[in-house]
Design a protein around this ligand. Structure first.
Ligand SMILES: O=C(O)C(=O)C[C@]1(C(=O)O)C=C[C@@H](O)C=C1
Length: 290
């Protein structure tokens, strides 16, 4: 649904009327076809192998840990999340002024949306109704997920969990006036979390394909709890949290040129004071919840 509307906006922007549109349409139609064929071969051929999905999840973990470590160097900075505390030039449809975080997030999506970020099935916008026209020709991705997957976007909930549960555990209370840095790093954290959590769609599809009869029976009887139980692997979840704890502890060390390793202090480039594997994995472990 989201892809279609951006596609329509792209077509309108590039083909508004007459002669010019006819010429542009001819050349871009060809480009679209080429992009589509290349993308299907390159990106999606093994999208539903559980082994590939798991290795992508592990890489995404690293991205989240590094972005959390970066954000943790600044204080909580509550004005960043408080609408009207900072007079940003952006308002929602009801005329409410955005918080600085909402403003930076929305503006980032305006730029990234134009270059197709949110037409990819593994990316989800926080402002899906405000996406701009594409400036690149749209890509047609092969369907690897059930078509219902397109309508699933839980970013509103991710944003809430990030602000209410993750940030307080990650940052020191108080205000250091680094509002722009905090907001831009929040965007990096949120994008990484959103991608990791929504990747659950690929996990679910891969697990469905491995046991179609069992899942179909549960779907037919409307047993949502049974489906969740079948999808859940508590041992893997425990291993994820433990791995994150160990990675965070490792990434937080200062590794010197002569090989000596010491706990990071923040001032020397390690993780900020008080930021350790346990705090990080507690904050990060919350992504298993949704
Ligand atoms: O690796 C798996 O088997 C997964 O299902 C992935 C994953 C995860 O997102 O980390 C998802 C659900 C399970 O409860 C455990 C782990």
């Amino acid at each position: 649904m989201m892809q279609t509307s951006q596609r329509d906006l792209w077509a309108r922007a590039w083909a508004p009327n007459g002669q010019r549109s006819a010429r542009r349409c001819r050349s871009t139609t060809k480009a679209t076809t080429v992009v589509s064929a290349a993308a299907s071969a390159r990106d999606m051929s093994s999208a539903l192998s559980l082994a590939n999905i798991r290795s992508s999840l592990i890489r995404q973990e690293d991205t989240i840990i590094f972005s959390f470590i970066e954000r943790a160097q600044f204080a909580r900075n509550l004005p960043v999340y408080t609408p009207d505390a900072i007079p940003v030039p952006g308002f929602d449809r009801c005329g409410r002024r955005y918080s600085l975080l909402e403003y930076v997030l929305r503006e980032t999506e305006q730029l990234h949306g134009g270059v197709r970020r949110y037409t990819s099935p593994d990316e989800h916008a926080f402002f899906p109704d405000d996406l701009p026209p594409l400036v690149l020709p749209p890509i047609t991705y092969p369907y690897v997920l059930h078509h219902c997957a397109e309508s699933i976007n839980i970013n509103e909930r991710i944003l809430q969990i990030y602000m209410d549960d993750i940030l307080p555990g990650l940052t020191a209370p108080g205000d250091d006036f680094n509002y722009g840095s905090s907001a831009t790093l929040d965007v990096t954290c949120l994008q990484a979390l959103s991608k990791r959590i929504h990747y659950g769609k690929f996990v679910a599809e891969a697990k469905f394909l491995a046991k179609p009869e069992e899942y179909s029976a549960l779907i037919r009887s409307g047993d949502a709890a049974g489906i969740m139980e079948l999808l859940t692997d508590r041992e893997v979840e425990r291993r994820v949290v433990e791995r994150v704890r160990r990675k965070a502890a490792t990434f937080g060390q200062d590794i010197t040129e002569n090989g000596a390793v010491s706990a990071g202090t923040g001032a020397n480039g390690g993780t900020p004071e008080g930021m350790n594997g346990d705090r990080l994995s507690t904050a990060i472990g919350k992504w298993e919840a949704p």
